[in-house]
Design a protein around this ligand. Structure first.
Ligand code: ADP
Ligand code: MG
Length: 347
C-alpha cells in the first residue's frame, strides 16, 4: 500500500546515463525519457538555455551549428562525467521530466554505470545525481542491467555473455549466478568508428568531413560484413587542397575498410574476456553465446562478423538502444529484494 502511494507521489527511476543518450524508466511505466546527452549553454555564464530546458534533442541539433555566444556540449566522455555541473543540470531536467515530481520528495534511483569506474568517477556520478534531486542512489553495472533487459537467465549457474557497444565505451561481461565472472570496458565504440571514417575519407578522397557526416554514412551504408548488394552514398566535404566544397561517392565496401580497426579492437576485447573464463564457462558460452546491445549493435552485419570471428552464437537484442534502460526498470520492480546487491554508496 505504502509503495503505491509512494509510486504516485515520487516514483522510483531507472537511469541509463550514456555518453550519447540518456534514458529514464519510471517504475511501473517503462521508459519515459529518451534524449541525447547534450546540453546547450550560454558561453559566458554557462547557464543552460531556455531556463534549464535546452537539453536533449533540441541541444543536439545545435551541435556544430551554434553562434559565438552559445555552446552545445556532451557532459559525458567515454562513459564518465567530464563536466560535473552540466551533467547535474541535464539530470535535474530529465529527472523532473520523468517523475513529474509531486510534493518535493526525492526519488530513489538506480543508475547504470560502466564496470571499470575509479572510486572518484563513481563519487562524481553519485554527487551529480544527488545534487540533481535523487534520494537514495543505487549503482548497477551497465552490462548487468543490459543482461537483465535482454532477458538472460543470469541467476542460473550457466555462463552468459553480453556486449554493450555504445558511442563512447563498449562494456563486455560474462555473467553467471547473477554475478560478473569476467568483464572489460573498452574505450572503443561508435565514436571511434565515426573517427575512423573521417580519417579514411580524408586519406582516400582528400575530403574533410565532420564526425556527424561520418556517423550518417555509417548508419546509411556502413556494414561490418559483406552485403549481397553493396550500397553507395554521397558524401560532401571540403577539398583538402583547394578548400572548396566537393562531393564524392563512397561504397559500403569502402566504409567497411574504414571501420576495420575499431571493429578489430572490439573483437579483440570480446576474445580477451572469453580467455579469462574457466573452461566450464567457455563450454557454456559455446551454447548460450553472446548478446549484443547498445546503439552500435544496429550496425549492419555486426552479428555476422562476430559469429564468424568468435565461433559462438551471436544475437542482437530486440531493441538494442533501450536494453540497459529496460534492465534498470526491471531492477526497480525488485528493489526491495535486490538492493543489497547494488552498490548504494560510492566506494
Ligand atoms: P551510449 O550508451 O554511449 O549513450 P548508445 O547505446 O545510445 O550509446 O548508442 C549510440 C551509438 O550508436 C552512436 O555511436 C551511434 O552512431 C550508434 N548508432 C545508432 N544507430 C545506429 C545504426 N543504425 N547503425 C550503426 N550505429 C548506430
Ligand atoms: Mg549505453
Amino acid at each position: 500500500m505504502f509503495s503505491r502511494v509512494r509510486d504516485w507521489l515520487c516514483p522510483d527511476l531507472g537511469i541509463d546515463l550514456g555518453t550519447a543518450n540518456t534514458l529514464i524508466a519510471v517504475r511501473g511505466q517503462g521508459i519515459v525519457v529518451d534524449e541525447p546527452s547534450v546540453v546547450a549553454l550560454e558561453k559566458g555564464s554557462r547557464r543552460v538555455l531556455g531556463r534549464g530546458t535546452a537539453v536533449g534533442k533540441l541541444a543536439r541539433q545545435m551541435m556544430g551549428r551554434t553562434p559565438e555566444s552559445i555552446t552545445a556540449i556532451q557532459p559525458l566522455r567515454q562513459g564518465v562525467i567530464a563536466d560535473f555541473e552540466v551533467c547535474e543540470a541535464m539530470l535535474r531536467y530529465l529527472m523532473q521530466k520523468a517523475a513529474q515530481q509531486r510534493g518535493g520528495m526525492r526519488p530513489r534511483v538506480v543508475i547504470a554505470v560502466p564496470c571499470e569506474l575509479t572510486p572518484v568517477e563513481k563519487r562524481v556520478i553519485f554527487n551529480s545525481a544527488e545534487r540533481a534531486g535523487a534520494g537514495r542512489i543505487y549503482l548497477i553495472e551497465k552490462v548487468k542491467a543490459a543482461s537483465i533487459g535482454a532477458g538472460l537467465p543470469i541467476s542460473e549457474p550457466i555462463a552468459n555473455m553480453v556486449c554493450d557497444i555504445g558511442s563512447g565505451t563498449t562494456e563486455i561481461a560474462v555473467l553467471s549466478l547473477a554475478e560478473m565472472v569476467a568483464s572489460r570496458s573498452l574505450k572503443v565504440a561508435g565514436d571511434e568508428v565515426d573517427n575512423a571514417i573521417v580519417n579514411y575519407v580524408r586519406r582516400k578522397f582528400s575530403l574533410r568531413i565532420g564526425v556527424r557526416s561520418a556517423e550518417q554514412l555509417k548508419i546509411d551504408v556502413g556494414s561490418a560484413y559483406p552485403l549481397d548488394e553493396e550500397l553507395h552514398a554521397e558524401v560532401r566535404g571540403l577539398d583538402i587542397m583547394s578548400g572548396i566544397p566537393r562531393k564524392a561517392i563512397i561504397s559500403s565496401e569502402e566504409v567497411r575498410e574504414a571501420m576495420q580497426e575499431p571493429l578489430g579492437a572490439l573483437l579483440e576485447g570480446v576474445r580477451s574476456v572469453i580467455e579469462r573464463c574457466a573452461p566450464e564457462l567457455i563450454a557454456d558460452l559455446a551454447e548460450t553465446g553472446l548478446v549484443l546491445c547498445g546503439g552500435t549493435a544496429l550496425l549492419r552485419g555486426i552479428d555476422a562478423l562476430f559469429r564468424e570471428q568468435l565461433g559462438i552464437p551471436v544475437r542482437i537484442d530486440e531493441d538494442p538502444l533501450t536494453t540497459t534502460a529496460r534492465g534498470t526498470a526491471i531492477c526497480l520492480e525488485h528493489l526491495q529484494h535486490w538492493k543489497g546487491r547494488f552498490q548504494s554508496e560510492a566506494a
